[in-house]
Design a protein around this ligand. Structure first.
Ligand code: TA6
Length: 296
């Protein structure tokens, strides 16, 4: 584990374990790289990403807290991804201690400014772990530390950008037949069809009550990403496609072809914490070789 300077001189932590690596910026508590033992980058970060506050880094795994998207009065996706986190040198013990030594604990607490826009005290502890098999685990622990007795509610997402060879040859398995809210149709509720999801145009859907495990199959690379999640019942699937990609200054014109967001999230039902209560949300990312051929 090493602390060094990343893009724009921002501090970042590098985790290494048996050839795999991961990088987390203190800015945003933002994972921007996850490489397998062959040095292949598994996350997408736009070549036009702006590593400069207050803009969030375009790609990697933005942390959406205390609000997902525009589901509330705050700026889209809340403010955690736009703040400087600190290294948490003395975190309370994690019951499920991973055997890996390659992990970092970060902590975010609200500033005076933050309390003006969201008047709640909290401690948000994030542990990023690079597992022995090269899997990447993010565990969030959010505690209500209000001293005024107030509860607070929030929505949350790990806004993960996966790197894919060609979006038109990607399938997502695990979300078939589920209900979803379509952000492109006024968040109206629909039911997904019965087979794996493929991509031919812009998609922005919040799948509800999704399974613990979701698979993203990359045909060309013969590789499947597996998301295992806990405490995060929903999953957001987003690809901006060409028009929206061109409209974003920090997104390359054709980069939508090489990324897909599948985001472990808690959106439909916001989370309520009483003072002293703690919520946990975990996602574990891994890859397995896949012999997926279309139609299988
Ligand atoms: O997660 C999907 C989404 O909510 C889309 O609606 C789109 O806005 C995307 O997030 C990116 O949001 P950002 O604020 O990072 O540009």
């Amino acid at each position: 584990v090493e602390l060094c300077k990343g893009a724009s001189g921002l501090d970042k932590v590098v985790l290494r374990d048996r050839g795999s690596s991961a990088e987390v910026y203190l800015y945003g508590g933002h994972v921007t790289s996850w490489k397998n033992e062959h040095g292949e980058e598994l996350l997408f970060v736009s070549s036009k990403a702006i590593f400069k506050p207050p803009k969030a880094i375009r790609g990697g795994i933005p942390i959406c807290f205390p609000q997902f998207s525009n589901h509330g009065p705050l700026e889209p996706h809340g403010f955690a991804r736009n703040r400087f986190w600190s290294i948490d040198i003395d975190p309370p013990p994690f019951p499920t201690q991973s055997s890996s030594k390659a992990f970092i604990d970060l902590i975010l607490k609200p500033s005076e400014e933050d309390l003006k826009i969201w008047p709640h005290s909290f401690e948000f502890r994030l542990r990023v772990t690079l597992g022995p098999g090269g899997d990447l685990m993010l565990t969030s622990r959010i505690r209500n530390t209000n001293t005024d007795g107030k509860v607070f509610t929030f929505t949350f997402a790990y806004h993960t950008y996966f790197s894919v060879s060609d979006i038109s040859e990607v399938r997502v398995e695990g979300l078939e037949t589920l209900d979803y809210l379509d952000n492109l149709q006024n968040k109206e509720r629909f039911t997904e069809q019965g087979d794996a999801i493929t991509f031919e145009s812009e998609v922005d859907k919040i799948y509800l009550r999704t399974p613990t495990k979701i698979a993203i199959l990359d045909h060309e690379k013969k590789r499947t990403f597996v998301i295992r999640k806990d405490g995060l019942p929903d999953a957001v699937v987003w690809n901006p496609w060409d028009k929206k990609a061109k409209a974003m200054a920090d997104f390359g014109d054709d980069e939508h072809k090489h990324m897909l967001c599948v985001e472990a999230a808690a959106v439909e039902k916001s989370i309520t914490l009483k003072p002293g209560e703690e919520w946990r949300g975990r996602q574990e990312l891994s890859t397995v070789p896949s012999s997926y051929c279309s139609g299988q």
